[in-house]
Design a protein around this ligand. Structure first.
Ligand code: AQP
Length: 337
């Protein structure tokens, strides 16, 4: 297998719902920019998705759709290793080894765990998978000796935990893992819920008006943006006092590159209607070409299969090399050939 000498990037999106503009701006759009400079592993993290109950047929459909979206957004399968997480069993094997080097205390302090488990109230039926999610994420990243992990701001805490787990393992045994750095975009790193703009936009939200999906048709995008919660101030201003407007300005700025100053001047004295229309247009302009390609890519299942099989082959090779190293250092007896 060819070694490129380039720095390594790993990132993934879970098929726990349809992709939102948050996933696109916080992650995918940046991945495309990085593909020439780095040796990139881009994964559809289906094992992560089952920390919440998934309908099997929806999980299958979304897994392939996300892969098709990666391609349609501009990721080149010749330049990147693109694969499905469950096709590389080293991820779950390494996760067990890392679980034994991770403390329940640090896992239960994770913000995402606290938010997601709070939905169960005092119920004891919270899945252990939800608690252990960051350990699987650590194994995803560490198996590829990753240098950089391009993620949205919500994943920063999990990445810090990955670094701690890696350092702990390296200290307990001997240097095994590269310590990865987060790569968080300046713009678009935290897109907020359109209905509750103090909350992060999430694909698993129950209210479809709270998010824009990458595959939403233009008329749906227009409707959702026109319904986005703003305020009664009526001035387009980039301010924490106006979280709804600030979020829409962030979206516009990330998509068009227009500065916040420019946006404020452009809509001065005009209220919100025209501003919202322009935000919707910018989203449609970005998404329409991607949507058209997704349909075509999904129609050619043979090609899609060829891509994820080749991806899994390369990923398995690299991931197993690290896994064997971990097993040896822990003291397991190698399987004789
Ligand atoms: N609102 C967001 N703004 C910017 N970036 C975001 N990301 C997620 N939401 C936003 C980034 O998208 C990548 C993939 O995320 P994920 O699928 O691994 O899981 P997540 O972070 O938990 O995303 P969701 O949409 O909120 O999923 P659910 O609802 O299933 O939990 C990550 O890089 C993430 O930072």
């Amino acid at each position: 297998m060819e070694e490129t000498g380039k720095k390594v990037i790993f990132s993934g999106i879970q098929p726990s719902g349809n992709l939102t503009i948050g996933n696109y701006l916080g992650a995918l759009k940046n991945w495309v920019k990085l593909q020439d400079e780095y040796d990139c592993y881009y994964c559809v993290v289906d094992l992560h998705a089952i920390t919440a109950r998934q309908e099997p047929k929806d999980l299958r459909r979304r897994t392939l759709e996300i892969l098709a979206i990666y391609l349609a957004a501009g990721l080149d399968p010749e330049k990147n290793t693109m694969f499905i997480q469950s096709h590389v069993s080293a991820h779950t094997e390494a996760a067990w080894l890392l679980n034994c080097n991770t403390y329940v205390g640090e896992l239960s302090r994770m913000t995402q765990y606290k938010t997601k488990s709070s939905k169960f109230g005092n119920d004891t039926s919270i899945s252990a998978g939800l608690l252990n999610y960051p350990v699987l994420m650590a194994s995803d990243i560490l198996l590829y000796q990753t240098d950089l992990v391009p993620v949205g701001l919500d994943q920063k805490q999990h990445l810090e935990l990955t670094r701690n787990i890696a350092e702990r393992f390296n200290n307990a045994y001997s240097p095994t893992f590269k310590i990865p750095e987060p790569y968080i975009p300046k713009e678009g790193s935290k897109i907020m819920d359109l209905q509750e703009p103090l909350k992060k936009m999430s694909k698993s939200s129950e209210n479809p008006n709270s998010f824009i999906l990458l595959m939403d048709p233009p008329e749906v995008i227009k409707k959702k943006i026109s319904r986005a919660v703003t305020d009664s101030i009526g001035i387009v201003k980039y301010s924490d006092e106006q979280p709804g407007v600030k979020n829409l300005m962030n979206i516009l700025n990330t998509l068009t590159g227009e500065s916040f100053d420019c946006i404020e001047k452009k809509y001065a004295g005009k209220g919100y209607a025209e501003f919202k229309e322009d935000v919707a247009t910018a989203i449609i302009n970005e998404f329409e070409p991607i949507q058209n390609k997704v349909e075509m890519i999904l129609a050619d299942k043979t090609n899609l299969e060829k891509i994820y099989k080749a991806g899994a082959e390369k990923a398995n090779y690299i991931a197993n090399k690290t896994l064997r190293k971990m097993q040896k250092k822990i003291g397991f007896i190698p399987v004789s050939k």
